[in-house]
Design a protein around this ligand. Structure first.
Ligand code: UD1
Ligand code: CA
Length: 464
């Protein structure tokens, strides 16, 4: 049976990145580069994927899980040596093998499929995917023969002046006849400037054995870029950002300034939503329709339903139901569940709390570890005192309760439906439904007090 296999090369350290994080795990639009590569390979449809791991093997395996098989390259002796590590897993397969570097995050499944189509149509032994680089330095150069097919690929460090002038580059993506791949790899040596076993050397070997070595040139150089350092990482992020933002705009989302809107790969957004500049939407966030998100907001792993307004606020791992709003300068910390039409005003922090429909928390308040019913009003400056330095305690407040401004709710405490607290109270005991909790000193008023102040004395002396 003919099978379609794929190998992802992901064992390198990526020393040019100068990072503690292994290169293929560096994020582009919030997703590790190697994850982008695997996602597109999955979309293209292959039978087996082998990821070659070495540096950061455990971290890469943790991330990709059972979406791929793994081959370990204990020592990084070059891309050819890396591919050889997959031989025990797929060496016997009859069919084709697509090879992609884990540091090339912008390739699309469409491009892989065009490469397959060209390879199959021409009956090549191998077809390398190439592109024309405005600046080819750092890439392997494609040296074509008189027949237009490929004679060989020469790495930057091994290239003479004439070869360096070639602008057609090796993108690091190939489709091979699987068995010819492993046969030719066995003949690759490390006799070159870097002392490495180069995968591209298999092309010259196959050509020498009389096989047809083809090249398929893609149009878009940007898509083919390899990311070796942080300058390229920023470029790749910009390209991916443009791609993501254009997708959302075509789907009916208004981005006031797409150049400064940062939406990660897996985010979903409904139509007629408007997003202002300097907004970050990350992780698995799902944003509904007719949502307005104003400048400077950050939304992480959250669900934002239709008709919500988020004004310059930060929302993390939370849900905002239809018609609710937050901000300016609100902070929803993890596990906040903000009900329909709830209003969260300025300088309000909410953490691990449920707020029922229509409840209002307008100003300068902390709500933590609490269940709030519907149509509650929380006055300005209210603090849920939920922590004694060791344990967190819970507060429950019933529907239609009215919490006076500057109340301190010392948890654990239950406040019943339609109950009230007097402004400035420090509430330590439960309040039954429809009751009032008042916990503050009574006011005493002293008449003619001014004369007893220092200023009053001074004025009295002067007027003598
Ligand atoms: C490679 C190609 C070059 C091509 C460029 C495209 C070779 C020798 N050169 O160069 O022709 O133009 O990609 O971007 O193949 N890796 C391993 N094990 C190793 C070495 C590398 O798994 O022993 C992995 C790396 O993690 C990386 C990929 O292979 O994901 C490519 O290696 P890298 O060192 O980045 O190759 P380039 O110098 O970019
Ligand atoms: Ca590279």
């Amino acid at each position: 049976m003919m099978t379609r296999n794929a190998i992802i090369l992901a064992a390198g350290m990526g020393s040019r990145m100068k990072s503690k994080l292994y290169k293929v795990l560096q994020p582009v639009a919030g997703k590790a580069m190697v994850d982008h590569v695997l996602t597109q390979i999955e979309k293209a449809g292959v039978d087996n994927v082998v990821t070659v791991v070495g540096h950061g093997a455990d971290a890469v395996k943790n991330l990709l899980g059972d979406r791929t098989q793994y081959a370990l390259q204990a020592e990084q002796l070059g891309t050819g040596h890396a591919v050889q590590q997959a031989e025990p897993l797929i060496g016997d397969a009859v069919g084709t093998t697509l090879i992609v570097s884990g540091d090339s995050p912008l390739f699309t499944a469409e491009t892989f499929n065009k490469l397959y189509a060209d390879h199959e149509a021409k009956g090549n032994a191998v077809t390398v995917l190439t592109s024309k680089a405005p600046d080819p330095s750092g890439y392997g150069r494609i040296i074509r023969g008189g027949d237009g097919n490929v004679d060989k690929i020469v790495e930057q460090k091994d290239a003479n002046a004439a070869e360096q002038a070639v602008t057609e580059i090796n993108t690091g993506v190939y489709v091979f006849d699987n068995q010819l791949l492993f046969q030719s790899l066995a003949e690759v040596t490390n006799d070159n400037a870097q002392g490495e076993y180069y995968l591209p050397d298999t092309l010259e070997i196959l050509k020498g054995e009389g096989h047809v070595v083809g090249a398929y040139q893609m149009d878009d150089f940007d898509e083919s870029m390899g990311v070796n350092d942080r300058v390229a990482l920023a470029t790749a992020n910009a390209v991916m950002r443009k791609r993501i933002n254009e997708k959302h705009m075509r789907n009916g989302v208004t981005l006031i300034d797409p150049l400064t809107t940062y939406i990660e790969s897996d985010v979903v957004i409904g139509n007629d939503t408007t997003i202002e500049p300097n907004v970050f939407i990350k992780g698995n966030s799902v944003i509904g329709s007719d949502v307005v998100i104003t400048a400077g907001s950050t939304i992480i792993d959250s669900t934002i339903e239709d008709n919500v307004t988020i004004t310059s606020s930060q929302i993390e791992d939370s849900i905002m139901h239809q018609g609710s709003n937050a901000g300016p300068f609100a902070h929803l910390r993890p596990k906040s569940d903000v009900g329909e039409n709830v209003h969260i005003g300025n300088f309000v922090e909410v953490k691990k709390a449920t707020l029922g429909k229509g409840t209002k928390v307008g100003h300068l308040t902390y709500v933590g570890d609490a269940d709030l019913g519907e149509d509650i009003n929380i006055g300005a400056g209210t603090i849920f005192v939920n922590y004694d330095g060791v344990n967190k305690f819970h507060t429950t407040i019933g529907d239609h309760a009215f919490i006076g401004s500057n109340s301190k709710i010392v948890a654990p405490v239950n406040i019943g439906a339609k109950a009230m607290t007097a402004a400035g109270s420090t509430i330590t005991d439960d309040i039954p439904a429809e009751g009032l909790g008042i916990a503050r000193a009574r006011q005493t008023t002293k008449e003619n007090f001014y004369n007893r102040t220092a200023q009053g004395h001074k004025e009295a002396e002067e007027n003598k």
